[in-house]
Design a protein around this ligand. Structure first.
Ligand SMILES: CC(C)(COP(=O)(O)OP(=O)(O)OC[C@H]1O[C@@H](n2cnc3c(N)ncnc32)[C@H](O)[C@@H]1OP(=O)(O)O)[C@@H](O)C(=O)NCCC(=O)NCCS
Length: 217
């Protein structure tokens, strides 16, 4: 820190890493709590987001799955929505319009928020944005699966209006970037929600006030 900050006259210091002027009271207030305000935009993924969506290696083994979700969006049979926080894809949700089309359902999958950004309302906003995309397609039901070893997340969906509608078992296969075939057993609760025009819009989701205030663009 000593090398990163230098004084710039009375009352201010310059942070050498960013060249930004910050009030001296904040430089001195080590350990004091502050609130960061960051812009957040929910938008479709672009090709150049794909490497960043691996989240510094966490999802590198899933590169093939990420690319597949993006292809589905490109051909119009899916969507891949990102929560872009200050230029970083802090969360994502995918939609598959194809798989259950005959029964009037769109499948929501791969909802996840990068750990440090959890509990701030991003997951709720992503889910609401996905529901809107489903509604815009004229599909009456959103459906999703929750792994039976992830029961902790059930209240999150129930609070947002999802009902239990069955169970699904099976498997899916993918290749890691090294070419290893991975077989994943699926054992999930199925939840669904009938969507109507009154489906909770993202702009009624309250900011949680837990330290990072997100401003929807
Ligand atoms: C589930 C997830 C997407 C929620 O994203 P988020 O941005 O944290 O969601 P929000 O801030 O809108 O809502 C968070 C609320 O859901 C609850 N919640 C979400 N997942 C939970 C879990 N596994 N266990 C307990 N509570 C959970 C939080 O406690 C919080 O409740 P609170 O507001 O009463 O404190 C995120 O926790 C995540 O990425 N989890 C890992 C991946 C995952 O399990 N995805 C779901 C697959 S079905």
């Amino acid at each position: 820190m000593a090398t990163a900050q230098r004084r710039a006259g009375s009352g201010t210091a310059i942070d050498d890493r960013f060249g930004q002027k910050i009030p001296e009271r904040d430089v001195l207030a080590v350990g004091n709590r502050t609130t960061l305000v960051m812009p957040m935009t929910i938008r479709p993924a672009r090709q150049d987001d794909l490497p960043t969506l691996e989240w510094y290696g966490l999802h590198t083994p899933h590169r093939e799955i990420i690319a597949g979700a993006f292809r589905l969006q490109e051909c119009g049979d899916g969507a891949m929505l990102l929560a872009d926080v200050n230029g970083f894809p802090a969360g994502q949700i995918c939609i598959d319009f194809l798989r259950k089309r005959p029964s009037g359902r769109a499948t929501l999958w791969a909802l996840r928020v990068f750990q440090p950004f959890r509990g701030l309302g991003i997951g709720t906003r992503l889910l609401c944005a996905a529901e809107r995309a489903v509604l815009q397609r004229g599909v009456p039901f959103a459906e999703l699966g929750v792994d039976r070893d992830n029961a902790g997340v059930l209240p999150f969906y129930e609070r947002l209006g999802y009902d239990h509608c069955g169970r699904e078992r099976g498997q899916f296969l993918y290749h890691t970037p090294e070419g290893r075939l991975v077989r994943v057993a699926i054992d999930q609760w199925l939840l669904n929600k009938r969507l109507t025009e009154g489906t909770q819009p993202t702009d009624t989701v309250p900011n949680t006030g837990k330290g990072l205030a997100l401003t929807d663009d």
